[in-house]
Design a protein around this ligand. Sequence first.
Ligand SMILES: [Zn+2]
Ligand SMILES: [Zn+2]
Length: 116
Amino acid sequence: MSISRPTSIRRTAPREIRIEWDDGHVSEFPASLLREFCGCAKCVDEWTGVTRIAPGSIPVSVDVIECEHVGSYAVRFVFTDTHSDGIYSWQRLRRFCPCDGCRGEARARPDSKAEG
Ligand SMILES: [Zn+2]
Ligand SMILES: [Zn+2]
């Protein structure tokens, strides 16, 4: 199974990061959502893999200051709350894609009402 890779990662608006994938998919992440699913050792319990960040606890005012490629498999974001430890692999970014299609897949309900 091949892994989708981003062809473009851009900050298209304040607090909004847009990722275009090589399979044509587009993900639009609010910066606060990216911050929320940070997978660094401070944010995720390394033994259980459970996030320490309570859902909704990240202020929506959080923004991305900087985005830096890590090798050819991931990107690192620097946030306005000075957090910068999170490495976001392509797989992780795609897994957390907030679009309706991906969320629908995650639920995997055959009788899904999702349309369009
Ligand atoms: Zn973190
Ligand atoms: Zn998606």
